[in-house]
Design a protein around this ligand. Structure first.
Ligand code: AMP
Ligand code: GLY
Length: 426
């Protein structure tokens, strides 16, 4: 079978790597892909902003299965468009992806179905937001309703700052585009967990839990990024808690989406805060997380393509996912200046030696082949990933591999997984 993967980041490299391991797969095509993915898959250009271009590509390639990586094609309705033509595609429809594409929809949905989440108000004018802000205690969380590539959430230390943020979102001063809805939220405290599940529209199959590191600086300081690293261990969630989350958050969400005539097929990514009151939903994503996927797929022992096809065919209940015990990590190597402006086109060396470290896979996020050489092409450049029997050993392997790699201005956090290592018994 030929598999088409849409996307160009570290997540898509990990997906291509896992798909290529399936004995049933004869060819992996990735659009547009990147310099590292090109070593595993045939990369073809496509504009991920253009529904027409993606449909034309699928028409030309005739894949047996298409896997959608990022949120933008989902928001454009790529799953609906391919399904209408009778093609097999893994991901949610545009209506189901609203769990990610509209934070207001997600909050009202959670409330309607009594699924645990913090208090909130969905507002359509700055005046409404100002009134809502009055009833929250600072810090107050102010969110753009729509997709904002990680820039749509502001934690405001005072009511005044919250009002200004809401005004900035409505006027377009903050994100460039004027928001039609803004969500005001209670600030939740606790550890964050990424709880990802496969879903076939009826059933869910949880993946191993993960935690990502969104801030650029060590000790979780500085501005938010797309993610500077992630790790996965079984200790992140005890079995009782994982079961509770499945039964009280993931399953009710999938059941309720089906009841609302928008059955959710694909990856339901539950971003959770583990609070004193129990797990609360911070946000949903309608796709694999990046960089969580790089760590999670390193632990997957069963066939990814079988599992994704079971979702497409509505037979997830019969499918078993098998995982390696132990731990995995992904440490992101980024360009100097990221998440602000950065230089591209810088030569990368040492990848072959890094790949020789046992248990290590180097997933590329922003690289390109130029003149017979691999060069940087993005803010996040590589996701150096490793699996081992323990988190400590996985980290040792990833950091050993990073010692081998160099490009001008390369930056990475040396404290990935620190929260888990800091806790006794882990
Ligand atoms: P989101 O895109 O909704 O996941 O928000 C991005 C990040 O902002 C989350 O990963 C949290 O770290 C933080 N965040 C979002 N909502 C809240 C909240 N209600 N309370 C505390 N932190 C939050
Ligand atoms: N790692 C967070 C995300 O994929 O949205």
């Amino acid at each position: 079978m030929k598999v088409l993967i849409l996307g160009s980041g570290g997540r898509e490299h990990a997906l291509a790597w896992a798909v290529a391991r399936s004995p049933r797969v004869t060819e992996v095509v990735c659009a547009p892909g990147n310099g590292g993915i090109a070593q595993t898959a045939r990369c073809v250009p496509v504009e991920l902003k253009s529904l027409d271009a993606m449909v034309r590509l699928a028409e030309a390639e005739q894949p047996g299965l298409t896997i959608v990586g990022p949120e933008l094609p989902l928001a454009l309705g790529i799953v609906d468009a391919l399904r209408e033509r009778g093609w097999r595609v893994f991901g949610p429809t545009r209506a189901a992806a609203m769990l990610e594409t509209s934070k207001g929809f997600a909050k009202q949905f959670l409330h309607r179905h009594n699924i645990p989440t913090g208090n909130y108000a969905v507002c359509s004018t700055a005046a409404e937001a100002e009134k809502a802000i009055d009833i929250f205690h600072p810090p107050i969380v102010v969110k753009a309703d729509g997709l904002a590539a990680g820039k749509g959430v502001v934690i405001c230390p005072s009511r005044h700052a919250a009002v200004e943020t809401a005004q900035g979102l409505f006027s377009g001063a903050l994100l460039g585009e004027a928001e039609r809805q803004v969500v005001i939220e209670e600030f939740l405290e606790g550890d964050e967990i990424s709880f990802l599940c496969l879903s076939d529209g009826k059933h869910v199959a949880p993946l191993v839990p993960a935690q990502d590191h969104k801030r650029v600086g060590e000790g979780d300081t500085g501005p938010n990024t797309g993610g500077m690293g992630a790790y996965s261990t079984d200790e992140l969630l005890n079995p009782g808690m994982a079961e509770w989350i499945r039964r009280h958050i993931a399953e009710p969400t999938v059941r309720a989406m089906a009841e609302e005539d928008a059955p959710f097929t694909g990856v339901l990514y539950c971003g959770l805060m583990m609070t004193a009151r129990g797990p609360q939903v911070l946000e949903f994503n309608a796709r694999f997380g990046d960089p969580e996927t790089q760590a999670i797929l390193l632990r997957l022992e069963s066939d990814l393509v079988d599992a994704l096809e079971a979702c497409v065919d509505g037979r997830l209940a019969e499918t078993e996912l098998r995982w390696a015990p132990g731990a995995s990590v992904c440490v992101v190597a980024s360009s100097a200046g990221y998440p602000g402006s950065y230089q591209t086109g810088l030569p990368i060396t040492g990848l072959a030696a890094a790949g020789q470290v046992p248990g290590v896979q180097v997933f590329h996020a922003g690289t390109v082949q130029a003149g017979g050489q691999l060069v940087t092409a993005g803010g996040r450049v590589l996701g150096v990933s490793a699996a081992a029997d323990s988190l400590k050993d996985a980290l040792t392997r990833a950091y050993q591999a990073l010692e081998e790699i160099a490009f001008e201005g390369m930056y990475f956090r040396r404290d990935i997984g620190h929260r888990a290592l800091g806790k006794p018994g882990k």
